[in-house]
Design a binder for this molecule. Structure first.
Ligand code: ASP
Ligand code: MG
Length: 440
């Protein structure tokens, strides 16, 4: 069994969705196909939910109508025969009727999750209708019947495994399954989701649950690139990455893969392939236990970082100091990304400003606090890069003119992270592209 996940842009136009159908019917291996919502849909649903939470029903209604019109023109192009077309119309009508009913109910968090779930429900049902029209035998598996999360919003992998395999056992003669990415049920049994971009996570959890031969993530780019293609002119796809390298890149800014989607694949040793719907023959990127080669492979950038420096002479020769500091972050469930220490100071970074005020207040008794907002982490990732000759020299040689606020080296053998003011991001990514990869 393999898993194939297609993102919003891969199903965002009728012709692309038809192409997805041809890709999923090509192989002989049974497959579970995981779909995102059509591109733009989840953003619109977030907008609808925001208007409702602000009590602005008129604006919400406008957004609903606009989205509904989009779906009507989508299905007109997607399915041609009368029967399937009427079915597609009924699907669109059902989901928009639901949104229109919600307009009249008083808003709640739980209701907002129901709104957000409509995108994946629509895309999978419409895709299934198209497959019916093409006479492709398949089965729609409702993700809400097996994808479950706990009180802390963490997926319950054992339950997912049991439920999904139970479902699959019922349909032993089927070879093609379609299911929704992103959506799940929470511990209260309500409809919930795996957060924005979470369809990748769904795919990797499903791959882990069924012990898939591979988890293919299909997007609109031919794999993970060595640098951000939106910022530097020339980038090249990275052929092979280890799970550790991919995790660093995904976490530190490479947008192609949701960072949480690495762990299920890594834990259950499922290779992940990043592939391009527009260029299905392209090699893409293989992520597995093997790194493939030694040396620097890619750089990525993560924005909106806050650096906090705690300076205290009491830290000198003291023990337990770091623990006390970390406890503050633990209390506010705020992850720390980078950390560097000197004998009298600690610098660390966070990416969530949600509890910043409380955190600073609780850190104040430990010493003087300095805060630098609007920083960017630049992460240089590769295999055994610490042992690569001249790597550090090349790295710092190519960015001599850039004021680096923090450096983290040696935490893992795969990564060196630099913290710079956000204004230097473009410049540093370009200079590194030249200095580390010899690309303009
Ligand atoms: N549709 C969801 C989103 O846009 C999930 C996904 O596409 O991965 O965030
Ligand atoms: Mg995505």
């Amino acid at each position: 069994m393999k898993v194939m996940k297609f993102g919003g842009t891969s199903v965002g136009k009728p012709e692309r969705m038809r192409q997805v159908a041809s890709l999923v019917t090509k192989g002989t291996e049974p497959a579970i196909v995981v779909l995102s919502a059509l591109s733009g849909t989840t953003n619109s649903l977030v907008e609808i939910s925001d208007h409702l939470s602000n009590g602005d029903r008129a604006k919400a209604k406008q957004c609903i109508d606009k989205l509904e019109a989009h779906y009507h023109s989508f299905i007109k192009e997607l399915v041609k025969e009368k029967g399937p077309y009427e079915k597609a119309q009924a699907i669109v009508a059902e989901h928009f009727e639901f949104l229109n009913i919600i307009l009249r109910i008083s808003f709640s968090e739980a209701l907002s999750k129901d709104i957000l779930a409509q995108g994946e429900l629509l895309s999978t049902k419409l895709f299934s209708t198209y497959l019916d029209e093409q006479g492709v035998d398949h089965l729609l598996l409702p993700a809400l019947e097996f994808m479950v999360i706990d009180n802390y919003d963490e997926p319950k992998i054992n339950d997912i495994r049991t439920r999904l395999n139970q479902l699959l056992r019922k349909y032993k003669n089927k070879k093609l399954f379609i299911t929704q990415g992103y959506i799940c049920r929470n511990s209260k049994g309500e409809v919930d989701n795996l957060k924005r971009g979470g369809s990748d996570y769904s795919a990797s959890l499903i791959a882990a649950a069924v012990n898939a031969s591979v988890c293919e993530i299909w997007t609109d780019i031919d794999g993970m690139h060595n640098n951000d293609p939106r910022i530097v002119k020339k980038t090249v796809p990275v052929e092979q990455l280890s799970f550790d390298e991919a995790a660093e890149l995904a976490y530190f800014g490479a947008k192609i893969l949701h960072p949480a989607s690495i762990w299920p694949a890594q834990k259950f040793k499922i290779p992940v392939k990043l592939l391009n719907t527009m260029q299905p023959e392209a090699h893409g990127t293989l992520i597995s236990e093997e790194a493939g080669s030694v040396g620097v492979k890619a750089v990525a950038a993560k924005d909106n970082i806050i650096a906090i420096r705690i300076k205290s002479s009491r830290m000198l020769l003291a023990y337990g100091f770091l623990r006390k500091i970390f406890e503050v972050f633990e209390k506010y469930r705020t992850p720390i990304d980078m950390i560097t220490t000197s004998e009298v100071a600690v610098s660390l970074t966070i990416d969530s400003p949600v509890h910043l005020k409380e955190i600073i207040k609780e850190l104040e008794p430990f010493g003087s606090i300095e805060l630098d907002k609007n920083q960017t982490i630049i992460s240089v990732v590769g295999n055994e890069i610490a042992q690569t000759n001249d790597m550090v020299k090349k790295l710092f040689g190519s960015i001599r003119n850039i004021p680096v606020r923090m450096v983290s080296y040696g935490g893992s053998p795969h990564n060196i992270s630099l913290l710079v003011p956000a204004g230097y991001k473009t410049q540093i990514l370009r200079q590194l592209n030249k200095g580390m990869f010899g690309l303009e």
